[in-house]
Design a protein around this ligand. Sequence first.
Ligand code: ADP
Ligand code: MG
Length: 623
Amino acid sequence: MEKKQFKAESKRLLDIVINSIYTHREIFLRELISNASDAIDKIYYKSLSDSTLTFNKEDYFIKITQDKESKTLTISDTGIGMTKEELEENLGTIAKSGSLKFKEENQIKDGYDIIGQFGVGFYSAFLVADKVTVITKAFGSDKAYRWESEGVEGYSIEDATKDSYGTDIILHLKENTEDENFDEYLNEYRIKSLIKKYSDFIRYPIKLDVTKSKLKEGSESDYEEYKEEETVNSMVPIWRRNKSELTDEDYNNFYMEKRFGFDKPLKHIHISVDGMVSYNSILYIPENLPFNYYTKDYEKGLELYSNGVLIMEKCGDLLPDYFGFVKGIVDSQDLSLNISRELLQHDRQLKRIAKNINNKIKNELENMLKNDRESYDKFYKTFGRQLKFGVYEEFGANKETLQDLIMFYSSKEKKMVTLGEYVERMPEEQKYIYYAVGDSNERIEKLPQTELVKDKGYEILYFTEEIDEFAIKMLMNYKEKEFKSVSSGDLGIEADEKDEAITEENKGLFESMKEALSGKVKAVKVSKRLKNHPVCLSSEGELSIEMEKVLNSMPNNEGVKADKVLEINPNHEVFNSLKETFENDKEKFDLYTNLLYNQALLVEGLSVEDPVEFANNICKLMK
Ligand code: ADP
Ligand code: MG
């Protein structure tokens, strides 16, 4: 038996392959199965051009055999096999890919199914085996060979016997170490799940003997185990099937099989793109929020396949954060992979796919909004917050994409409406898109600040989530209409001349009120927005009272303060009492002023600064 050395460079290369290319040992199975599939594909391609050759589908399969006794795992195929020369060339030279050559020679341009290209995958066998035996018989030849290697030291080739064409790769598994258990590959369940994980969509059946149990003959309670050959992989990926053949149930089943969620998907999107970059994809919008969505455990991303072989379980770059809830898979033959068949960073094709997918999701949501409002409402209830975060993030870079998808509760419609719907029905003279902020719709409904705007017949959007006002500040305007809080200083509604007169008349009173509040408010003013309530707070400047609340609820806040204005309703009888005390009873005037200010805070949903003093003050009045 002749013993051959790997070429010098090959020795080092092999060392690199075994020790540093692959991050996970378990991928050896993916690589060997991919090779087996390629070997069968080659016969298939030959049959296309050779009329004497018929390709009977049943004859072509991959078989995995586990032998606990000899501690071997065998991957057999009925593919094209290798001649002695090919064994030398392909397995004796690292980084030599017979498959790549085959593709070139046969001018298989898209090479859709042939997976091999780098010529290193085979050696990943040494990640789990200390000896690899290959027994192979090339298609059409009557001679079989045995190739054997224990790693870097070299390999041997000798004659062998083998009945049928094809190749057996026999892995003599390494001894277990303290940290590593190689026996796990003798476990049926483990191998089955590895096949499912990486090679589920290999076109040919991958067979495995699985243990089953049945009632012993003649017995009613004694079971016995027996082995039965099973095809483990699903073979045809659902995303390569024709949309018209697929039912909702098929899509839902795939969602469940993939464990994308325990719910049913709300919507699926099936994409097949041929062009600058070709890919197939199935995306799902889940019905429910993944249970860990708002924890750091949640990782967004899509499963990424290259020619039906899993490359990455969660490719985060395929989804923007605001669509981070979307689940699904992408399969493309156009990805640039590195030698370990991981994705190259900053891959241009991947960027294109990501952009494309982003648009598809957006369009699908817009469609849903237009044609199936009920589903959209459901979707928005669950994921709307995410979209609003999307508007806010990255300094508003995505606002164009998202502005038509966000909704708020409307004072008029008593349901969620889009900004488009709001602007559509705005009366001509209305300058702004009005909104009010509060903890709940019920509370906002009662906010004194909304009185005038409502009275004018204008619609108000209710902002009940912390992100709302921040998102809208980022948006700035929609269809050239600016947003305006009902609590902001200038409401854009014509002032009453009467108000100006009252302001003039009561200058001293307002000044004294401001003094009595010692710096808590920037000004005290006649209110234009109150009808039935005596007082309310409004703010001047960019920072609203609601934003102050949010910012100060965060850890290490800097105690920011909105510029508050106390507004008084001159038509309320309390105003008369104030005037009276202002003239006759300074102490009571201060007391009233403080009470009114605190009352405004409470209505706003803020806490009074000194509750004990507030309570005492009320008691004082009761005496
Ligand atoms: P790649 O698959 O990227 O070409 P590998 O290192 O996995 O690289 O395999 C090297 C070459 O060995 C393949 O291109 C193929 O020509 C040959 N080969 C490997 N496994 C088999 C097999 N089961 N049947 C036939 N040829 C094989
Ligand atoms: Mg390979």
